[in-house]
Structure formats: C-alpha cells, structure tokens
Design a protein around this ligand. Sequence first.
Ligand SMILES: [Mg+2]
Length: 117
Amino acid sequence: MDDNSTTIQQLKDSVERFKRDRDWGQYHTPQDLAVSISIEAAELLEIFQWRIKEDMDEEKLERVKEELADVLIYCLSLANAVDVDVAAIVNDKIKLNAEKYPVEKEMGERKKHSELQ
Ligand SMILES: [Mg+2]
C-alpha cells in the first residue's frame, strides 16, 4: 500500500479491514471517530508548540507525517462509518470554497471571509 497510485477507496478499504480484523467496529462510532480526529490533530499541533523558529528538520518531518497519517486514517474511518464518498465531499467543498473565496477578491488575502466586503 505504499504505491502513489493508491486510490481513496483502497485506503478506505484498508482502514476498514484493519478495524474489522481487530473487532474494533464496536468502538468506532461517528462521535468517537470525530473525537479521535480532534485528538490526533492536537498531537499534530503539539509538534509545533513553543517553537520560536519553524524549521522543518528530518525528525520533525517524520513526526508530522506520522500524526498527519493518524488524522487522515480517522477521517477515512469516519467516512466509512457514515458511508460518504470522500472524493465527492472534498470536490464539493472545494467548489463551495471557490465560490466563497473568488480569486479576484481573495488573492493574497489572509483576512477572514466575513472581514472582507
Ligand atoms: Mg497520533
């Protein structure tokens, strides 16, 4: 599963198989998976806590990759639990964001959408 051509569906299947092989389905409620996404996102943030300089050395990058994978795995697990098409919801959201943040208005802006007129 380290092939770059791995599809989202294959990743979802792999995550599902991992869970099923361990009989963890009983614990993987949408609520607990959403909580787990947040916990793993916090672990990702912790890597950057109290850093004066944001240098990305090899060791830090490895930790980022590990925590990012944890976040993504729980996201895929939640997508499995609520039976949604990951590609479809991401594409739909990108379309909505493109309408909300048109290039001609938002280029280079870091203000929140609500602060712009
Ligand atoms: Mg973790």
